[in-house]
Design a protein around this ligand. Structure first.
Ligand SMILES: Nc1nc2c(c(=O)[nH]1)N[C@H]1C(S)=C(S)[C@@H](COP(=O)(O)OP(=O)(O)OC[C@H]3O[C@@H](n4cnc5c(N)ncnc54)[C@H](O)[C@@H]3O)O[C@H]1N2
Ligand code: MOO
Length: 407
């Protein structure tokens, strides 16, 4: 039997970061930078007001206070977006709005709350220090600064910074494209009138959701019957030119396990038993004339879900330009005892609260109730046959079912 680590290494050896492309900054959420983002402008781009108020020469207000204001004529307004280069003449004030350029000659802004708010003349009740309520050009970012570095997964804050730095396009690894293929004669779409022996193809829904939750995209999907010709035909025409193919079902010992039969004959996929529970029967390799990387997941829903987290997610991270190993794993302490598979890594579906974990329910590889209640997978090493209260366990967060849920 293969170890979990050996199979993960085999899956990872099939993939490399996708070739970088340039995309509009507004379309880059969740993508990983393949090149630094360099600021095209200073931020702020010009000295501007942090407050609605009056632009003044601070020296002219020396001695002003709550009971003895300095009164100045108001020479006009400066609004945000005003492209005129205003000049503040000595002995005057200009009414100014937040974000508007500081007029030449002014060195402070008195917030409107500290004045009488006059439109033609204003009583100013404070002696501002030079620079009060002024946001200085370049105090945040300088033109030419590398503001974001290659390898960053772009979140909303990163995109805001790149856009503000007037960078319209960014160089990123594209979103990995994944084809999802479920197999099995017993499977029908959700909402079908179920005949005896039929079940809903829940892995199809689940795997498409996992792909998207991982920041990748579903290039196309298919459901195949347990029919060798259908599997062969799919290989010649993979849905949506994917970077990775995921199949589910048909990989164990049954006489209708067609995925295994066809892909083994095709020569590109290796099948192995992996010393883990759930998820023992696994396969990976390349498929079809395009030699597209493929991971064949077991059909049992929980096995498929767990296998996605331990094998497919690292591969998607590598394709996307991320470190495959930075999976957010954390340590937690077992709250109760539970049995584990001898000689296999047990991936227990657990609920984590305040650093403590307990099984989320029944651990059979068909038990979706406990799967949906879980927030993490506790990784019980192969040598451990029973987890005891107080044992420290490495845990993997579940995509879209993370630790904060329900708090
Ligand atoms: N004699 C043996 N039998 C089995 C072994 C074994 O070693 N020897 N391994 C068991 C283990 S462990 C697993 S895991 C499963 C894996 O089987 P397959 O990958 O071949 O999957 P299927 O047989 O097609 O289905 C298994 C199970 O899952 C249900 N299923 C399949 N696809 C879906 C789907 N898309 N949505 C929802 N449910 C699905 C299917 O109806 C079966 O109940 O094999 C064991 N057997
Ligand atoms: O190895 Mo299977 O995935 O336990 O049900």
């Amino acid at each position: 039997m293969r170890t979990l680590e050996e199979h993960r290494a085999a899956v990872l050896s099939l993939v490399a970061p996708l070739a970088p492309v340039e995309v509009a900054v507004g379309s880059a959420l969740g993508l990983v930078l393949a090149a630094d983002v360099v600021a095209a402008v200073d931020l702020p781009g010009f000295d501007n007001s942090a407050m609605d108020g009056y632009a003044v020469r601070s020296a002219e207000l020396a001695g002003a206070g709550p009971d003895h204001p300095v009164v100045l004529p108001v020479a006009g307004d400066v609004a945000a977006g005003d492209t005129t280069r205003h000049v503040l003449a000595p002995g005057q004030a200009l009414r100014i709005m937040t974000g508007a350029p500081i007029p030449e000659g002014a060195d402070a802004v008195v917030p409107v709350e500290l004045t009488d708010g006059g439109a033609t003349g204003v009583a100013l009740h404070v002696a501002p220090s030079a620079g009060l309520s002024v946001r200085r050009r370049g105090e945040d970012v300088r033109t030419g600064d590398a503001v974001l570095s290659a390898g960053t997964r772009l979140g909303p804050g990163h995109l805001a910074l790149a856009a503000a730095a007037n960078v319209p396009r960014v160089v990123v690894h594209p979103r990995p494209r994944v084809a999802v293929v479920s197999t099995g004669d017993e499977l029908v779409p959700p909402g079908s009138a179920l005949e005896h022996g039929q079940i809903v193809d829940s892995n199809h829904v689940m795997l498409c959701a996992l792909v998207e939750a991982a920041g990748a995209q579903v290039s196309g999907s298919a459901h195949l019957r347990d029919d060798a010709r259908a599997v062969r035909a799919l290989l010649d025409d993979l849905p949506g030119a994917p970077d990775l193919v995921l199949t589910t079902g048909g990989v164990s010992m049954g006489v209708y396990d067609t995925v295994k039969e066809v892909l083994a004959a095709d020569g590109g996929v290796e099948f192995a038993k992996v010393a883990m529970r759930p998820g023992m029967p696994q396969g990976c390799g390349v498929v079809g004339p395009s030699r597209t990387p493929a991971v064949t997941l077991p059909g049992n829903p929980v096995s498929s879900f767990v296998s996605f987290h331990v094998f497919v997610l690292p591969a998607l991270r590598r394709l996307a330009g991320l470190d495959p190993g930075a999976d957010g794993a954390f340590d937690a302490v077992a709250e109760v005892a539970w049995p584990a598979a001898p000689g296999k890594v047990e991936l227990t579906r657990v609920v984590e609260r305040d650093g403590r974990v307990r099984p989320s329910g029944g651990q059979g590889s068909h038990v979706l109730g406990a799967l949906s209640a879980a927030t993490a997978l506790a990784v019980v090493p192969a040598g451990v046959e029973r987890v005891e209260p107080g044992d420290r366990l490495r845990c993997l967060p579940l995509l879209g079912q993370d630790r904060d849920r329900g708090r």
